[in-house]
Design a protein around this ligand. Structure first.
Ligand SMILES: [Zn+2]
Length: 79
């Protein structure tokens, strides 16, 4: 059997189930968690993490999330 565990044993939170009509989140990996600056130390993510604001931590987006994100993107300033 092949070994699929990532180096260091770092495991990401499980991707959440997306209901019918849901959309992939473009702000996270589907786990509802936003990862900021950080690094992996002894298999643990060290750094800033938070709830993904684009899907409210659901891991997927519904139509309301998409509408809100569109609005947000329009007003976002790229420095
Ligand atoms: Zn997300």
């Amino acid at each position: 059997m092949a070994e699929f565990a990532p180096a260091g044993g770092f495991t990401m939170p499980a991707v959440k189930d997306m209901p019918e009509g849901g959309h992939d989140c473009d702000g996270c990996r589907g786990d509802g968690v936003y990862y900021g600056d950080g690094y992996v130390n002894n298999g643990k993510f060290v750094g800033f993490t938070g709830t993904c604001f684009r899907c409210s931590g659901k891991g997927w987006q519904d139509d309301r999330d998409i509408a809100r994100n569109r609005c947000y993107d329009r007003h976002r300033r790229y420095a």
